[in-house]
Each structure stands twice: as structure tokens, then as C-alpha cells.
Design a protein around this ligand. Structure first.
Ligand code: CA
Length: 316
């Protein structure tokens, strides 16, 4: 009886040991998979838009995004270009930083990810130096101009919008710039930046850099001069009543008469392979302000992680 009990206990112990070993190896495999999920071949360079330098309200411009990408194995750099300048000036600043990043990391190329004015900015670098760029990803990119910039430059044709809507949109934009930079109004917004962001200014830029732009509101070419092009955007101007920026984006969205994220129309944002329209406004696209967004839609940070995985799987 005693021997039988010992044999049974040993058998149970072996079984438990085996189950533990399987459990541990499964956990190890899962941990390994998570480690490499965003581990792209080339470094990822995040390029900001209109608001501040690498920060918005004193916090990371791409809120919580660089760390989330790094946790999955990506090498991430946050570029610092002029908050308010022409696309060409910002593009040249970025080109110099890309060369520095390549020198530091030894990487042969970079993956460029730009938000808002960052979209045209990264297109500039891919246009003048395609050999240095593995991919271009434009998020809420001002690729065909912004109605709000047209209003601020006074180029909206008379009679298309009521004076009240125009005035309120202009005020809302100034309020948003003040909110983001803690400064005073349009002095933070040089004319060169605004000119680049108008419909007319964008069309002129696009004549020089037409790569991957669709002629309509669909997808553009995915591969041009060896560079992969992608885009996504938000189409919901108001998403969270707790977010102080939602009011301004909601007011500005009234000027569009078509789907927009409050600052950029969905059609203007299209570039290369269109990856989706989300329930996000222009600042939700970078997980601002401090993560306040529509809780019941896609997490902005998750979209960046999934995209890094997409780049990884494309060997980029
Ligand atoms: Ca928000």
C-alpha cells in the first residue's frame, strides 16, 4: 500500500513537472513573440506636425507611442523640425536628421512616420532621397491641403461658407495652437507654414512630389522608387467630452462639408495604401490630449504597433 502510494505520488509529480515545463516554454515563446512584434528592420522616425516641437502641452507629441514601439523591439527616433515653417524647410531639417540617425545606428534606411504637416514633410525626404527611405506613413496628413488653412489665408471663395462659420473656425484654430504651444496665437504660425498647408500650396508641392498620391479619394501607388507608402486617418472630429481640444476641432470640422478629422479632410489624407478611417480626430491620431479619445474605438497606440508589425513583415 505504501509503495503504491509513493508510485502514485511520483507519477503525479512527473505530470505536474511536465505541465509546468510546457507552460513555461509556452510563456517563453509568447514573451519572445511580443518582444519582436514591432522589431522592424530599419529604425522608425516619428515626425510631428503643427503643434510644438517634440511635445504637446509639455508631454510627448506622439503620446505613449515611442515607448510602446520600443517595448516591441523597434528602434525609434522622434524628429525635431520647425513647428511652423514651409514643407521644404522642414523637409531639409528632417533629411539632415535622417542622415544622423543612419550614422548613429548604421542602418541603411529609415521608416518615416509623419502626422499632420509631418505627412508632406516625410514625402519631401522620400522625394529627394528615396534611397534613404524604406517607407513613408502619413497619418492625418495634409497631403492635399486643409480647408482651415484656406480660411486663415482668406482663400476660401466668397459665399461658400457663412461669415460666422469662417470666423469661428479661425478663432478655434488659434485657440488650438495656443493650447498646444502655450503661446499667443498666429505669431506661432508663420505664413510660410500656412501657405504650405493651403489647398493651393499643397497642389504646387504635389506637382514636384506626386509620389503615391491618388487622383481620387482611394489608395495611391503603394511602391514608388523603392519606397512603400501608407496612410490612415481619423474621421470623427469630436470623440471625448473630457478633451479640451475637441471643441475647437468640432467647430473647424463645420467648414469641411465632407468627412474630416477636424483639421484635415479624409480625402486630403490619402497616400499610398490607405489603411483605414478611424473614429479619431486630428489629435486622437497621436493619442492626444494625454490619451483622451473615443474609448470604444481602435486604440491609437495599437494602430502604430500594428503598423510597425506590418513594416516588419514587409521586411522594412
Ligand atoms: Ca483626443
Amino acid at each position: 500500500m505504501y509503495r503504491y502510494l509513493v508510485r502514485r505520488l511520483r507519477a503525479v509529480a512527473r505530470l505536474v513537472g511536465l505541465m509546468l515545463a510546457i507552460g513555461l516554454s509556452l510563456a517563453g515563446a509568447t514573451a519572445q513573440a511580443q518582444t519582436g512584434y514591432t522589431q522592424t528592420r530599419y529604425p522608425i522616425v516619428l515626425v510631428h506636425g503643427l503643434f510644438g516641437f517634440d511635445s504637446f502641452l509639455g508631454v510627448d507629441y506622439f503620446y505613449g507611442i515611442p515607448s510602446a514601439l520600443q517595448q516591441g523591439g523597434a528602434r525609434v527616433f522622434v524628429a525635431q523640425v520647425s513647428a511652423a515653417n514651409s514643407t521644404e524647410v522642414r523637409g531639409e531639417q528632417l533629411l539632415a536628421q535622417v542622415k544622423n540617425i543612419m550614422a548613429i545606428t548604421g542602418a541603411a534606411k529609415v521608416n518615416l512616420v509623419g502626422h499632420s504637416h509631418g505627412g508632406p514633410t516625410i514625402r519631401y525626404v522620400a522625394g529627394v532621397a528615396p534611397g534613404l527611405v524604406a517607407s513613408v506613413t502619413s497619418i492625418g496628413g495634409v497631403n492635399k491641403g486643409s480647408r482651415v488653412a484656406d480660411i486663415l489665408r482668406g482663400t476660401v471663395p466668397a459665399g461658400t461658407l457663412s461669415e460666422t462659420v469662417v470666423n469661428n473656425a479661425a478663432k478655434a484654430f488659434v485657440a488650438l495652437i495656443n493650447l498646444g504651444s502655450g503661446a499667443t496665437g498666429l505669431s506661432q504660425m508663420p505664413i510660410a507654414a500656412l501657405n504650405s498647408l493651403t489647398t493651393a500650396g499643397s497642389l504646387k508641392f504635389n506637382q514636384r512630389f506626386p509620389q503615391a498620391l491618388p487622383s481620387d479619394c482611394g489608395s495611391g501607388a503603394e511602391l514608388v522608387n523603392g519606397v512603400r507608402y501608407y496612410s490612415w486617418t481619423g474621421t470623427q472630429p469630436v470623440t471625448n467630452v473630457l478633451d479640451v481640444s475637441d471643441g475647437a476641432l468640432g467647430i473647424m470640422s463645420l467648414t469641411f462639408g465632407q468627412a474630416s478629422d477636424g483639421l484635415v479632410s479624409a480625402c486630403s489624407s490619402r497616400l499610398g495604401k490607405h489603411l483605414g478611417d478611424y473614429r479619431q480626430n486630428h489629435l486622437d491620431e497621436v493619442n492626444q490630449v494625454v490619451g483622451l479619445r473615443d474609448w470604444f474605438s481602435a486604440d491609437p497606440v495599437t494602430l502604430y504597433r500594428q503598423h510597425a508589425n506590418r513594416l516588419k513583415l514587409a521586411n522594412l
